[in-house]
Design a protein around this ligand. Structure first.
Ligand SMILES: [Zn+2]
Length: 126
């Protein structure tokens, strides 16, 4: 399940603003952090839903760009194996399993977990 916390972690991993829309002067809706103004005044939540192929692709590209793909794939493979066990077709099946909108929650969980580990490392170093 994709919680708001996971969506926020994924958005920030992508280097984007997790918009916090507020009503300003004259009833104008805008993000209090970046000033973004939604087109539709009724839609006050303009953050990513992480339910589309665009979201999946953007996460995949960012994980690759950051050099995190091997770590992410190892994480996924452990989870995949718990469900399927070892078999000779696992490479193909793993790819098919991995490249699915159903894996977006897994991507976000990994990103959130990675973020917490990074924060812990920073605390230990300071
Ligand atoms: Zn914003």
């Amino acid at each position: 399940m994709i919680t708001e916390e996971l969506r926020k972690a994924g958005t920030e991993y992508l280097g984007e603003c997790w918009h916090e829309i507020v009503i300003g002067c004259g009833g104008v809706f805008s993000c209090r952090k970046c000033g973004y103004t939604p087109d539709d005044i009724d839609d006050t939540n303009k953050n990513r839903t992480f339910t589309t192929w665009q979201d999946f692709g953007d996460l995949k590209e960012k994980i690759l760009d950051k050099g995190d793909w091997n770590e992410f794939e190892d994480y996924c493979y452990l989870i995949y194996n718990e469900g399927f066990g070892l078999n000779k077709y696992r490479s193909l099946r793993f790819s098919v399993w991995l490249i699915s909108l159903d894996r977006i929650p897994l991507m976000l969980e990994w990103i959130e977990k990675k973020g917490k580990e990074t924060q812990l490392t920073c605390k230990l170093q300071s």
